[in-house]
Design a protein around this ligand. Structure first.
Ligand code: PLP
Length: 396
């Protein structure tokens, strides 16, 4: 491969760009994971991450990708043959549903059109019918990365409560946490699931379960086989800052830095920054005359924008043109969106100019690939960013 000057633009919706501060934080010798220095690190990240989840309850950290944390949430709380209720928001909900079948659970999957979030009313109606309380858990994706649609988790909690149903609420906020507001305790989420490579701005390799007292109680009765994923041993060791097996020490150095960066900026500022970039992106897409997949404005993702390409044109061809010409990776359309849509990631370590560079790459790529569009998307984004620029102190 020949040398390409300048930084690669990694504008897929996770893994997101890893900031230099986090890279530097991880670039240190691995230490004894049974020694006192590690315990300090362990305690610091185990307590710091609670602030990001907005929970007072324990959070466990696995050396695994997000898929592992999905599995951990299920095997710790459920028994073979248990019924669970899921909602088809897109490809990641579909994959999680596939996992429940492999684990021997009976999953009901409410069909969705991949352009809307979870219909809390449909969840509530199904639970109200379940007078025998056979459904043991409701499993939903907060932020569907395949479509760019956010679901209202507080409304799912209200629907469960209104039905007077005792099901646990398990929520995948893998691409939401650290970019859009997520309130584990306030929304009554029993297991919140995330991983490191999205809003936490880290490489893949860490995943998380935030565990409510009700979920912990369920784990004492749950009989699905588990060993590596077991919360009990993990929590025993975590009490002193340790792990039952070799932790991903260097990723934990990175996590400590990531938590510090998010808290330094302030979570509300982080969320506002993501909201501003997503609106600027949608303005660009509309100016190009292209269609955003997400249909309901209040559900539009602040993390990524999925853009439909016109009939007869190839989204993957466009992505290839942009990669070849501008060294920028965009997200591919997944499953039924394959070649019909591309995804622009605007999350994590990202500022006005990274967004404008990204949108410029897309606009130039549309022209080279011959995808019909109007010019002016980048200008529309510039105008919006200029109107909404946060007040900054002059540096002189
Ligand atoms: N859930 C969502 C919403 C995701 O976006 C992803 C990955 O992108 C996953 C689950 C799976 O996570 P991983 O690929 O880290 O196993």
């Amino acid at each position: 491969m020949t040398y390409k000057s300048g930084r690669h633009f990694l504008q897929i919706p996770g893994p997101s760009n890893v900031p230099d501060r986090i890279l530097r934080a991880m670039d240190r010798p691995t230490i004894d994971h049974r020694g006192p220095e590690f315990a300090e690190l362990g305690k610091s990240v185990l307590s710091g991450i609670k602030q990001i989840f907005k929970t007072d309850n324990p959070v466990v950290i696995y050396p695994a990708s997000g898929t592992g944390a999905w599995e951990a949430a299920l095997v710790n709380t459920l028994c073979s043959g248990d019924r669970v209720l899921m909602y088809e928001t897109g490809q990641f909900a579909t994959l999680w549903h596939g996992m429940t079948k492999k684990l021997g659970l009976e999953a009901e999957f409410i069909a969705g059109d991949w352009r809307h979030g979870v219909d809390a009313g449909a969840i509530g109606r199904r639970l109200a019918e379940d007078s025998a309380h056979e459904i043991k858990a409701v499993c939903v994706v907060h932020h569907e990365t395949s479509t760019g649609v956010t679901s209202d988790i507080a409304s799912v909690r209200r629907a469960i409560d209104a039905a007077g149903h005792p099901a646990l609420l398990l929520v995948d906020t893998i691409s939401g946490l650290g970019s859009v507001d997520f309130r584990t305790d306030e929304w009554g989420v029993d297991v919140a699931i995330t991983c490191s490579q999205k809003g936490l701005m880290m490489p893949p390799g860490l995943s998380f379960n935030a565990i409510s007292p009700k979920a912990l109680e369920a784990s004492r009765r749950a009989t699905l086989p588990r060993s590596y994923w077991g919360w009990d041993e993990m929590l025993q060791h975590n009490a002193n800052g340790y792990f039952p097996y070799s932790p991903a020490t260097n990723l934990l150095y990175g996590l400590k830095e990531a938590i510090a960066m998010l808290l330094e900026e302030g979570l509300d500022n982080v969320f506002a920054r993501h909201a501003r970039f997503s609106e600027a992106t949608r303005r660009a897409v509309r100016a190009w005359g292209l269609e955003v997949l997400s249909l309901v404005p209040s559900e539009h993702s602040n993390v990524l924008t999925t853009v439909l390409v016109p009939e007869g044109h190839s989204a993957d061809g466009l992505r290839q043109v942009i990669l070849d010409n501008f060294d920028m990776s965009l997200g591919t359309g997944l499953n039924k969106l394959q070649d019909r849509a591309f995804r622009i990631g605007h999350l994590g370590d990202f500022n006005d100019l990274s967004l404008l560079g990204t949108l410029a790459g897309v606009e130039m790529g549309l022209a080279i690939a011959g995808v019909p569009h109007s010019k002016g998307g980048v200008q529309a984004a510039i105008d919006y960013l200029a109107e909404t620029a946060p007040q900054t102190q002059s540096r002189d």
